[in-house]
Design a protein around this ligand. Structure first.
Ligand code: VIB
Length: 223
């Protein structure tokens, strides 16, 4: 199956994601609030773009079941964004003025823009492959983190959202859709699907890494 193959192909990268200092610190609860808050703000921005990419997939799907799945996922991404805003952002005491003062990081902007470009101009099967790591990598990381985190863990509520059984079901559906599309695709489209899956997984690593580095814009000093 296509998704088994690309998952195996990204095994080293996935290990690097699991072992990234951000995720290690998130797992043992030692992650500092500044990095977690930075991550949450960037993720809230990312989720807005991701929801639009999913909504576009719903428009472009040639099968009504698939359209319904993407539309539901777009809704869920917006709901996740709201939860972040109402929950963690409030908990961290961030005001609307604080939030508007945080610039979207180069990596978060890169990932979001790349997804939107795929949504608008890549073949539909390539779009499915581009959004799959977002579902799958998170569920994989979430499951590993939950098994390591205690009930009193400071970030447990966040981790739990990604280890939810309903979320595992969404991963299975996204994989089924991508496999069906890969089966029907020609060699060229399949190669583009694989490249998109790998690129998105690289962006997933970069997203955590940029939060760890509190990545800003070095050019800010001149504007
Ligand atoms: C950078 C980044 N990548 C993936 C997710 C996970 N995620 C967000 S919405 C959604 C699907 C619909 O609920 C998934 C899997 C995230 N939060 N941030």
């Amino acid at each position: 199956m296509f998704t088994d193959d690309v998952w195996a192909h990204t095994a080293k990268l996935l290990r690097a994601i699991h072992e990234h200092p951000f995720n290690v610190a998130l797992g043992d609860g030692s992650l500092d609030r500044e990095r977690f808050a930075f991550y949450i703000v960037q993720d809230a921005r990312y989720l807005e773009s991701f929801a639009k990419a999913l909504a576009t997939a719903a428009v472009r799907a040639d099968d009504p079941e698939e359209a319904a799945f993407w539309a539901r996922s777009a809704h869920d991404a917006i709901a996740a964004e709201r939860t972040l805003h109402e929950g963690y952002i409030e908990e961290y005491g961030l005001t609307a003025a604080d939030l508007s003062g945080v610039r979207t990081s180069p990596s978060a902007l890169g990932y979001s823009s790349w997804l939107q470009a795929n949504a608008l101009s890549a073949p539909y099967p390539v779009l499915a492959a581009a959004v799959l790591p977002c579902f799958w990598v998170y569920q994989d990381v979430g499951e590993a983190l939950v098994s390591r985190s205690s009930a009193t863990h400071p970030y447990r509520a966040w981790i739990a959202t990604y280890a939810d059984p309903a979320f595992a079901e969404a991963v299975a559906t996204a994989r089924r859709i991508t496999d069906r599309l890969a089966d029907a695709a020609d060699e060229q489209v399949r190669a583009a699907m694989k490249a998109a899956f790998v690129q998105a997984t690289e962006y997933e690593w970069l997203f955590w890494d940029s939060a760890w580095r509190l990545e800003g814009w070095p050019t800010r000093q001149w504007v």
